[in-house]
Write a protein that binds this ligand. Sequence first.
Ligand SMILES: Nc1ncnc2c1ncn2[C@@H]1O[C@H](COP(=O)(O)OP(=O)(O)OP(=O)(O)O)[C@@H](O)[C@H]1O
Ligand SMILES: [Mg+2]
Length: 461
Amino acid sequence: MKPRILVVDDEPAIRDSMRMILEYEGYEVLLAGSGPEGLAMAERDSPDLVFLDIKMPGLDGLEVLSRLRGTNETLPVVIVSAHGTTSTALEAGRLGAFRFIEKPLSKDYVLDAVREGVELGSLRRENRTLRTALETRQQMVGDSVALKQIMEQVRRAAPTNATVLILGESGVGKELIARAIHKASLRSKERFVQVNCAAIPEELIESELFGHERGAFTGATEKQTGKFEQADRGTIFLDEVADMSPKTQAKVLRVLQEGEVERLGSAKTIKVDVRVIAATNKDLEDEIAEGRFREDLYFRLSVIPIAVPPLRERLEDIPTLVQAFVSQFSRENNRRPARFSPAAMDALRRARWRGNIRELRNAIERLLIMTERDVIDADDVVQIVRSEAPRAAAAAGESAPAAGKPATLRDFKEWSERAFLVDKLREFGWNISKTADVIDTPRSNLYKKLEQYNIKQDTDG
Ligand SMILES: Nc1ncnc2c1ncn2[C@@H]1O[C@H](COP(=O)(O)OP(=O)(O)OP(=O)(O)O)[C@@H](O)[C@H]1O
Ligand SMILES: [Mg+2]
């Protein structure tokens, strides 16, 4: 498509010559003779670039520029003036014009500005798209009480400088929570520096965290600032914090206590003002008991502990999460959003989700790609997602405990309910009415349970 260029100038001669220059090069040209007319066209015809005259009766160019900025932040503007003083040029730059050219207009300058401006506009738009995509990806959604409580904890912790320790299985959203705290904090304009302590080799982690001077060790050919220094005035996120060596733990403890770091190979201490958020999927109490994690560091880190439950303990989040992921993927891939049938949603609720929300997200993406249909059904889900053991096992006539120890609270409830019923039925010689009576449940309910758990008289579990 031809780039569309809007020229706003009160002098007809200038408009004419601009039109000639631009149309000759194949651009589409829109002309406005006043500020208000220019604003209206900018709004209605979405040009790719604007040439804006400064000196116009009524609404002048600078005023038009600042209004354009307010409504369209990606539109590139070139300021044109016959009376170019340095101060107007500066003011125009401050208001967001990317270039300033003077009359009489030179064809080369005009065309050069057009090429640069069109390029700049498309970069700005791309940038904005990416940023919005990232922001939606970083939105926390969910309806469970557990998640609402976490959001409340985030809200309270955010404005403070207190250290936060986020605990939870892999894929439950620990990083997302850390970012949410930073974003809602007074430090949100400063950096969020993430360090994955498990991914950095032992011998490099100290220099990574604290930096080093040139020549501090073999291979240290350049001075390097550490992550703590980089995060000064912002937030550092120590991910997989349980994977730090005892020596590094001691140094991190010192930063937390004294608020200062030393680069390797330097005796100078550097003050840093850093908010620390840490996360791990390990059981830190175990790590402490085994002597792998310092208890004093644990206390320092867990001023505000946030425990994130696994997805299988907050199944109420599934529908909202699914909806959010579907709309993200369809937007990113320009596809019509698919719908999940109630049975499909049920199947999703029954899955194990050992990889938690990350696994759910991947599963949804795979489902959308594999089943190019508008409505996704239970069959589709079952083919892609591992489903929970007890029901499958019960349906196959096995006793639930044979599938191993129950892994979740629900597995355990179902498993023990079944065991209880079998036990009572035996006690009363498989007399349904009597058993139902004794355990105080309607007979119909007992029949339902027998079917649900596939309990038969010869059942031995
Ligand atoms: N409440 C939520 N709403 C929307 N997306 C979420 C939510 N929680 C997690 N996610 C998404 O799930 C994925 C995993 O989240 P995240 O990386 O934060 O998990 P984690 O706990 O840090 O995992 P790991 O321990 O493996 O590093 C990410 O894509 C994240 O955006
Ligand atoms: Mg993580």
